[in-house]
Design a protein around this ligand. Sequence first.
Ligand code: S3P
Length: 168
Amino acid sequence: MKNIALIGFMGTGKSTVSRYLKHAFGMEEIDVDERIVEAEGRPITEIFANYGEPYFRDCESQAIVKLGNCRNAVISCGGGAVIRKENVENLKKISTIVLLTAEPQTILERVKDSDERPILNGNMNVEFIEGLMAKRRRIYEEAADVIVATDGKTVEEIVKDLMEKIEE
Ligand code: S3P
């Protein structure tokens, strides 16, 4: 199977879907954020706090370039990974890009108890999520080969939908 890259806003279920695809189809699971943490030897919150977001985005681009020759893999991307065009181009070369979506309220419910997302720390409210999502919506939609909505669905339903759409 061609690699699948999962993109979308924080809390759209990329990690959950990725884990499911790994177990259901024996795909290799690659988490771009995890690759960054491994390469930098510190958590994302610390990378943002010590070096700032542009540095984190550089790490993200490098991690994506390095994906190069993976096969039968599900690549779970951080929510901002497709902001840079070069990252979209590099992901396109090696994968079908699947955008997961969710309503701001659903996202808030899923992320509100975590403090591991620097972008949301101090901004944990539906208005902020709505605003950032509106800014990113076009970027996500233009990068996507396929779009799968996740609100009110189980992971099984999301994956079924995803598989049907990538086979079309
Ligand atoms: C980010 C999303 C995060 C992580 C970083 C920045 C973003 O990943 O890459 O905190 O800018 O949307 P998740 O989407 O997996 O939470």
